[in-house]
Design a protein around this ligand. Structure first.
Ligand code: SF4
Ligand code: SF4
Length: 430
């Protein structure tokens, strides 16, 4: 690789540099406490997945380009150029990371390795070495918004099909899935497919909520890819819609990273304060149950149920109690995993890994701790409000024969609500 190109890549690090990142790069004590916090390292015992080692690759570039000692005596101070070898190591470390931040929780200095690795992804993208699949999925989302008129009729037809099921379940021929409704209180942002639209539509209907459905899906592959500009543009699609419709809040479906992007990152990326609240759908459902706006049968689920805190909803999003409240309101035998809440183990499916087929074997292996945690509860159902977590746990269920059912929390709520319409169990499919 040309010197000029390596200097350009170091420039990407320079652009991302701020006081906090510099502090993270300066202070690692090499205590290796983080090794026991990372599910990937614990499951594989492979040095390249040790959190501090992953960050060390960026630290080596930092030392070479941002410290005098590293510049003049690189061998002594472990300073390196971002050459092909380093970039290959960086790719394996950065795109394997699920961004769970469990290592940060246990690090005595709270070093955010996932953040350091987001800088690593920016360097890889600048070098033309970003993950291809994640990049293509991000571009596909932007293509949809750039050519929206081409897709609009198909999208609305799909909503109308789901609306028929809402009418049937609620027994209300006037029940609807409102779209583009000016002045609605809530803009609900779902995932692509009926499975995250139908249960929410029934719940909003029963709660008599003023809501409207976004044309755009919540998933954000720009975030997983590591391109902050694309990630912001993908989230802008529904944030602009929220502004245009004048809603009071944006409610994100059962998706971990989309919630974190909308609630935590988007204002910083856009430099604009939202004129509306952003909430996760489980915060809204918990409120509806507490306020008596919807009713769930307390004995609807008698089989033992456990709950997995998705990293982006729990440890990184601060939502711990609302999902437990909901599950306990409708299940008579709730069994929490150990450890849980902030200390919950990552399932291994985040960071976009479920979309990267060459990572399948590694991803399932990295989920062995989660599988053991689930087994130890004796639960027959595991509920979790993140699609990536559910896909991963379905994979673990198959490969490790856990004999569990993996459920979205909205589906449990739908099963537990006494509805006036068809008693036939509706299984939303995409
Ligand atoms: S726990 Fe923190 S300080 Fe210790 S090695 Fe890991 S990143 Fe460095
Ligand atoms: S964020 Fe999670 S997956 Fe990434 S290095 Fe830390 S513990 Fe491992």
């Amino acid at each position: 690789m040309e010197t000029q190109q390596m200097t350009t890549l170091a420039g990407v690090l320079d652009k991302k540099m701020n006081r906090q990142l510099k502090q993270y790069l300066d202070i690692c004590a090499r205590c290796a406490i983080c090794k026991d916090a990372c599910h990937q390292y614990v499951a594989t015992q492979d040095f390249k997945y040790l959190p501090a080692r992953r960050a060390e690759l960026i630290r080596q570039i930092y030392k070479k380009y941002f410290t005098k000692t590293g510049e003049f005596v690189p061998a002594l101070y472990e300073a390196r150029d971002p050459d092909e070898n380093l970039l290959d190591e960086l790719y394996e470390s950065a795109y394997a990371c699920t961004g769970c931040r469990r290592c940060m929780y246990y690090c005595p200095f709270s070093i955010d390795t996932a953040w350091i690795l987001s800088v690593a992804k920016a360097i890889l993208i600048a070098a033309g070495k970003g993950n291809e699949m994640l990049g293509q999925l991000a571009d596909a989302a932007l293509f949809k918004s750039d050519n929206f008129e081409m897709f609009k009729d198909v999208i609305v037809d799909g909503f109308k099909d789901i609306e028929l099921q809402v009418k049937e379940l609620t027994g209300d021929p006037d029940a609807e899935i409102p779209v583009d409704k000016q002045g609605a209180d809530i803009l609900y942002v779902a995932l692509a497919g009926a499975h995250s639209i139908l249960p929410a539509a029934v719940i909003f209907h029963e709660a008599k909520a003023s809501w409207t459905l976004s044309y755009f899906e919540a998933a954000n592959y720009g975030y997983f890819f590591g391109d902050a500009v694309k990630a912001r543009q993908i989230a802008d699609r529904f944030m602009d819609e929220a502004k245009r419709l004048g809603v009071k809040e944006v409610v994100i479906t059962e998706c971990g990273h989309a919630y974190r992007v909308a609630e935590i990152f988007h204002e910083a990326w856009s430099g604009e304060k939202h004129s509306f609240k952003v909430r996760h759908i489980l915060e809204v459902i918990d409120e509806y149950i507490t306020d008596g706006r919807i009713t769930v049968r307390p004995d609807a689920i008698t089989e033992p149920v456990t709950y997995h805190d998705p990293c982006q909803v729990g440890r990184n999003g601060g939502i711990f109690e609302q999902p437990r409240n909901i599950v306990c309101a409708l299940a008579s035998d709730f069994r929490d995993m150990t450890p849980n809440r902030e200390q919950q183990w990552c399932c291994g499916g985040g960071g976009g890994l479920v979309a990267i087929s060459e990572m399948d074997e590694f991803r399932l292996k990295s989920g062995t701790i989660k599988a053991e945690q689930i087994k130890a509860t004796g639960a027959r159902i595991i509920a979790s409000p993140c699609e990536n977590c559910r896909l991963q746990m379905e994979g673990l269920n198959d490969s490790m024969e856990l004999g569990i059912e993996v459920k979205a929390i909205m589906d449990l709520v739908l099963e537990a609500m006494p509805l006036a319409g068809s008693s036939a169990k509706v299984t939303p499919t995409d």
